[in-house]
Design a protein around this ligand. Structure first.
Ligand code: HEC
Length: 267
């Protein structure tokens, strides 16, 4: 596994380099990408995720290989490009992380607490979820986003997500839209995508999850949104909540037609 150790060294280098990267400069990230010569440390998460996916676990000692992510049991290719979507068996619209939680509970017999443990990992408490999400999403690389909106519940989730996107509140009276519906907006040195525009929405959505250079971890969409709730001075949303799925539905559907290209590498 020469490649793995090389990439580990690369990841460690990046963590150190992240110090030097006090504030975002898009060209700095471009330089790191060049340095890595196309290697993204997220590949390590993908590899670990594949192992976890295929390993017997939980009270039922089952693997997750029979998990249905919307395209039939065990079908991973292209599944993420069509999520969130309506699932008949739960009668709910679910995003990837909710569905993964559901599969771990139903197939492996984990409790909800176990299936959501360390959903945002750290060095001393690594996540099983982030690697599995990296593995699953990677199977949609190169595939066009094609989030369905046929079922009434899919439409409902989209509308709810849209309302949440424009809902103002909190100490600063911010909405997602405050920071993400103008062109060429920046906070400090960070470019803010205009998520109401197809091109920006596609570029943003199709690159999550991402290996965050500043955090040395692969972060999922749930993490991205939890962090933006923080930026909005809202209380931290519940992991896997209906509100996050609705917002994800709004963002994902607006990215339809964009080619999925995650897990990516970000500041
Ligand atoms: C106070 C401003 C602010 C608010 C409010 C805010 N965000 Fe953000 N958002 C940011 C910043 C800053 C970044 C870039 C963060 C970084 O690079 O670390 C970002 C990044 C993102 C990204 C990733 C973009 C990419 O290209 O990778 C998404 C998606 C996103 N926000 C969605 C939302 C949603 C949905 C909401 C409402 C719940 C929201 N944001 C509220 C400031 C905000």
């Amino acid at each position: 596994m020469r490649r793995t150790s090389m990439m580990l060294a690369g990841a460690a280098g990046l963590a150190v380099a992240a110090f030097a990267l006090a504030q975002d400069q898009s060209d700095e990230i471009a330089k790191y990408r060049e340095m890595l010569a196309g290697d993204n440390p997220a590949e390590l998460w993908e590899m670990k995720g594949e192992e976890l996916w295929k390993a017997k676990a939980g009270p039922r000692q089952a693997t997750l290989e029979a998990c249905d992510l919307g395209k039939g049991p065990g079908v991973l290719k292209g599944a993420y490009a069509e999520l969130p979507r309506y699932f008949k068996d739960t009668n709910k619209v679910m995003d990837l992380e909710q569905r993964l939680m559901y599969c771990r509970m139903t197939l492996q017999g984990l409790t909800e607490e176990q299936a959501t443990a360390a959903h945002f990992g750290s060095t001393d408490k690594p996540s099983d979820i982030e690697p599995m999400v990296a593995y699953i999403t990677a199977q949609s690389r190169g595939i066009k986003m094609n989030v369905p909106m046929n079922h009434p519940q899919e439409k409902r989730a989209y509308e709810l997500g849209k309302q949440l996107f424009y809902y103002r509140g909190g100490s600063h009276d911010f909405a997602c839209a405050t920071c993400h519906s103008g062109d060429k907006m920046r906070i400090r040195m960070q470019d803010l995508p205009n998520l109401t525009k197809t091109k920006d929405a596609q570029a943003a959505y199709t690159t999550w999850p991402a290996y965050r250079v500043s955090q040395g971890e692969v972060r999922t969409m749930q993490h991205r949104l939890a962090d933006c709730f923080r930026q909005q001075r809202f209380p931290e949303p519940m992991y896997g909540s209906e509100a996050i799925t609705a917002l994800t539905m709004f963002l994902a559907r607006n990215a339809n037609g964009g080619v999925y290209n995650g897990p990516a590498l970000k500041r």
